[in-house]
Design a protein around this ligand. Structure first.
Ligand code: SAM
Length: 327
């Protein structure tokens, strides 16, 4: 088992398989993109497989595949096939913008990969195109419909962006009214590739929640596991649920069970902290599995207690983009 220095069990890995993305969401990276990694700076699928196996042996039982856009990687399914063969891995989930997932839906079903988070910050086409700076609205909604029809466990992640998509909050709630999906509203975070600095946000989770009762006054809070980052609600008669994720307010650090590996192989023990070590370099050096295991254990023994403590390492200025970290 992986237990950190604050007695938290770490069993959830978020694995970024690329930093490349076919969208350019304006809160995630500048319009020209970032300095994307050369392919030799990415893990190969064999390396990702070995690393995952090591971590699963150490006690990780949930892996979320993220990026960049994971399906930009043509060899992604090879990794997913390997992961689905790991007996001790209980949950393989994917976070995607749903532009490229269509052709893979059948095989995902066969592999038993059912948990798909779709990032979608608009229900209106113009809002979508303004935020993503790309013309993929129909494809995304087409694939979203396919995922719902095929009974995937779909969660829609909507980042609430001041002056950009507030008018879409109530309309996107309609999705959970008519479909068995969870619509989760997230606070914006300062990981945008350095294009915008901020110390505070206008739309925190409390303000987002206070926006909902105008239309939907009768919601009840749902029980959640202690490690959940979302506060979830159900409205009587609606097929799905909705939730709030205080990703900037960071109310959930006390039960954080997560570890992140960025696209470049950085091991990140707190989203708001700097990378602790580079696993790709460690892997490609002359190190055996034992050294890799020990390095992971040592990193876990030095985790920041909260995201607020961790962010002191950045002195208030975050240069990184979520497309490298994976969210
Ligand atoms: N391409 C995939 C996708 O769109 O879901 C996975 C990678 S994306 C970086 C992962 C998540 O990070 C998305 O839900 C995205 O909305 C979120 N994200 C990116 N930049 C963010 C920011 N500055 N604040 C909050 N969330 C952000």
């Amino acid at each position: 088992m992986l237990i950190d220095n604050h007695n938290r069990r770490i069993n959830y890995l978020r694995l970024a398989v690329t930093d490349r993305c076919n969208l350019r969401c304006n809160y995630c990276m500048p319009s020209e993109g970032i300095n994307f990694l050369q392919s030799d700076k990415l893990f190969t699928i064999d390396e990702l497989s070995s690393l995952s196996r090591i971590l699963v042996d150490q006690g990780i039982d949930k892996i979320r595949i993220t990026g960049g856009e994971p399906f930009v990687r043509k060899d992604l399914m090879r990794l997913l096939r390997f992961l689905s063969s790991l007996e001790k891995l209980n949950d393989i989930s994917i976070t995607t913008n749903a532009t490229l997932i269509g052709p893979y839906i059948d095989e995902l079903k066969v592999l038993g990969i059912r948990n798909i988070n779709v990032s979608l910050d608009a229900i209106n086409k113009d809002t979508f195109e303004r935020i993503t700076r790309r013309d993929q609205y129909e494809t995304v909604f087409g694939n979203l419909k396919l995922l719902i029809d095929e009974d995937f466990n779909v969660r829609i992640n909507f980042i609430v962006l001041d002056n950009q998509n507030i008018q879409d909050i109530l309309p996107i709630m309609e999705l959970q009214k008519y479909y068995p999906v969870s619509v989760r509203f997230l606070e914006e975070m300062p990981f945008n590739g350095g294009s915008r600095h901020f110390q505070d946000i206008h739309w925190n989770y409390k303000r987002i929640l206070s926006h909902i009762p105008d239309h939907y006054p009768d919601y009840v809070k749902l029980p959640a596991p202690p490690t959940s980052t979302s506060i979830n609600y159900k409205i009587n008669g609606h097929k799905g649920t909705f939730g709030l994720i205080p990703s900037f307010s960071r109310t959930f650090c006390g039960s954080c069970n997560r570890l992140r590996i960025s696209a470049s192989g950085d091991l990140i023990t707190c989203l708001y902290g700097k990378p602790v070590l580079n696993l790709r370099e460690l892997f490609r050096g002359n190190n055996g599995e034992e050294e890799v295991r020990e390095a992971i254990l040592s990193a876990i023994g030095q985790r920041a207690k909260t995201g607020f403590e961790a962010q002191n390492q950045y002195h208030g200025v975050f240069q990184t983009s979520m497309t490298s970290i994976g969210g």
